[in-house]
Design a binder for this molecule. Structure first.
Ligand code: ZN
Length: 64
C-alpha cells in the first residue's frame, strides 16, 4: 500500500513516494516504514510458557 500524498501535510510525494519520512513536514510515513513481512504464526510445538498456562487455568475457572 502506498499513498501519493503525505497523510500529515498533504504534500504530493512524487519521487518521495517510498520515502521513510515526508520531505516537507518531516513526519514519518507509516505506510512506508511499516514492516512488509508479517510476523510468522507461533510454533504450535513450542512449549507453552507459564503465564499462558496460568491465564488458561484462570479462564477455565471463570468459564466453569
Ligand atoms: Zn508531510
Amino acid at each position: 500500500m502506498s499513498r501519493s500524498k503525505c497523510p500529515h501535510c498533504g504534500l504530493a510525494l512524487g519521487n518521495y513516494l517510498y520515502a521513510d519520512a515526508c520531505p516537507h513536514c518531516g513526519e514519518e510515513l507509516k505506510h512506508n516504514t511499516a514492516p512488509l513481512v508479517t510476523t510468522p504464526p507461533p510454533d504450535p510445538n513450542r512449549p507453552v510458557s507459564w503465564p499462558v498456562r496460568l491465564y488458561r487455568r484462570i479462564t477455565k475457572l471463570v468459564a466453569s
